[in-house]
Design a protein around this ligand. Structure first.
Ligand SMILES: CC(C)[C@H](C(=O)O)[C@@H](O)C(=O)O
Ligand code: SF4
Length: 473
């Protein structure tokens, strides 16, 4: 038998039938839905008089449009958004699909909610009408985003017509230095391979630098891989992944547990497996990374400077640099450190988990949010929020001047009422910095939670490594 990549093993084990050289009918173990990308799919089912084939292998959350203010119970004031949430509820009740509704204590962003309750396990195929479904690769599950018409197909058949991707291997050796995180790692990688660098590929990450990363840090890495165009991101499951899953699945015991372990042990790329593209990085000299432009690959190390216009040969690249800098109101050749910021947003499916919030607290020490800065923390889920409150993180962040919100996507894409106004500069732990992403004319700098925390207390983009010790109180 020929050597296979982990990706090929996952696809083969889920292939119902090969359709042609490029397409297979793929079985999907878990299908996630949100209020935003599911309505047309349910209407499509209704029109054709079809039902949902396996309701228990689908799950829904309300995430994108809900407000994150602290009133109890949470109300959706915007009529269109309220209708979307109501429709999702109706559809889920009608088709017996479990729903984490607006006021459910565990509600949150799909990519935060599903792994924290043990729904994501190595070897699964997981799909969602949302691009950041690549997150689940951190546990050795193949996750990817699908379109609305595909959502309908999955609901009706639990399968998907799937176009095969190519294999890319990104090896990261060395050890991430203190003060850097997997967010810096992925921003660094994307800045080098480009926002289109992995189009058509499923990326497998490996290397010694991953061994020290927690599952949550790996989620961040795989989540953002899609920003390089990747159709999926994978990390072969190791003991860290296995421990994460079993801690959340106490019901898997005895023979089933043995069988699961035996299967998971086979989930790696064979020694001679062929990758169409390979990259190697060294984590040892990585530094905190921050975006300066309007694409996730327009990023630099905090101690570096924005590229000089004249150093860019390709006319299109030069144009996109000029356009980006016009929008972000920065100049070529300048450094980012010291750039004043107005707003800080900590949250999203990239960095809205408990470890991210612990990192925020650790970074600020006993400092307070700088005068004139508005800093918001939006936990990724109800469980993250409750945990942070239990650990005293919430109280300390509130005392430091942060707003403590309810879970949701919020200012990651500004589809609720958390919208920035034009010209506001935001230090954000999110994943996209396109023009207008956080509000028309608003400027987004993507960075790690620790770096965003440093920006909050210093009022400017700051190298978090310089913050150790001293206080601004
Ligand atoms: C709204 C949804 C389709 C979108 C996505 O697929 O990623 C959103 O989650 C985003 O992050 O831009
Ligand atoms: S948090 Fe942001 S990136 Fe994640 S699903 Fe929501 S809008 Fe998309």
């Amino acid at each position: 038998m020929s050597a296979k990549t982990l990706y090929q093993k996952l696809v083969d084990s889920h292939t119902v039938v090969k359709l042609d050289e490029e397409n297979v009918l793929l079985f999907c173990d878990l299908h996630l839905m949100n209020e935003y990308t599911s309505p047309q799919a349910f209407s499509g089912l209704d029109e054709k008089g079809r039902g949902v084939l396996i309701p228990g292998q689908n799950i829904s959350v309300v995430s994108h449009i809900i407000p994150t203010h602290n009133e109890m119970p949470r109300m959706i004031a915007d009529p269109a958004s309220s209708l979307q949430a109501l429709n999702l509820k109706k559809n889920c009740v009608k088709h017996h699909i479990p729903l984490f509704d607006t006021n459910h204590p565990l509600q949150g962003i799909e990519h935060v909610v599903s792994p924290e309750h043990g729904m994501v396990r190595p070897g699964m195929v997981i799909i969602c009408g949302d691009s950041h479904t690549t997150t689940y690769g951190a546990l050795g599950a193949l996750g990817f985003g699908i379109g609305t018409s595909e959502v309908e197909h999955v609901l009706a058949t639990q399968t998907l017509v799937y176009r095969l991707a190519k294999n890319m291997h990104i090896k990261i050796n060395g050890i991430l230095p203190v003060g850097t995180t997997s967010k810096d790692m992925i921003l660094n990688i994307i800045s080098q391979i480009g926002a289109k660098g992995a189009i058509g590929y499923v990326v497998e990450f490996s290397g010694s630098a991953l061994k020290d990363l927690s599952t949550e840090a790996r989620f961040t890495l795989c989540n953002m891989a899609v920003e390089s165009g990747a159709r999926g991101a994978l990390i072969a499951p190791d003991q860290i992944a296995i421990d994460y899953v079993f801690a959340r699945c106490p019901d898997i015991t005895g023979e089933i547990k043995e069988r699961a372990l035996a299967h998971w042990a086979s989930l790696y790329s064979d020694k001679d497996a062929r990758f169409e593209k390979e990259y190697e990085f060294d984590a040892t000299d990585m530094a905190p990374f921050v975006t300066w432009g309007t694409s996730p690959d327009q990023a630099i190390a905090i101690n570096d400077s924005i590229p000089q216009k004249d150093s860019i040969k390709d006319p299109l690249d030069k144009l996109s640099l000029e356009q980006a800098l016009r929008y972000t109101k920065l100049s070529d050749g300048q450094t980012l450190e010291g750039t004043p910021i107005d707003h800080v947003f900590i949250g999203s499916c990239t960095n809205g988990r408990i470890e991210d919030l612990r990192n925020v607290l650790a970074a600020i020490g006993d400092r307070k949010v700088a005068a004139g800065v508005r800093a918001m923390v939006v936990p990724g889920s109800g469980a993250v929020k409750a945990q942070a409150e239990k650990e005293g993180i919430a109280d300390k962040l509130i005392a430091a001047g942060f707003e403590w919100r309810k879970p949701g996507c919020s200012m990651c894409l500004a589809m609720n009422d958390d919208v920035l106004t034009s010209g506001i500069r935001c230090a954000s732990t999110t994943n996209r910095n396109f023009e207008g992403r956080q509000g028309r004319g608003a400027i987004t700098h993507l960075m790690s939670p620790a770096m965003a925390a440093a920006a909050a207390v210093m009022g400017k983009i700051t190298d978090v490594r310089k913050l150790q010790g001293a206080s601004n109180a």
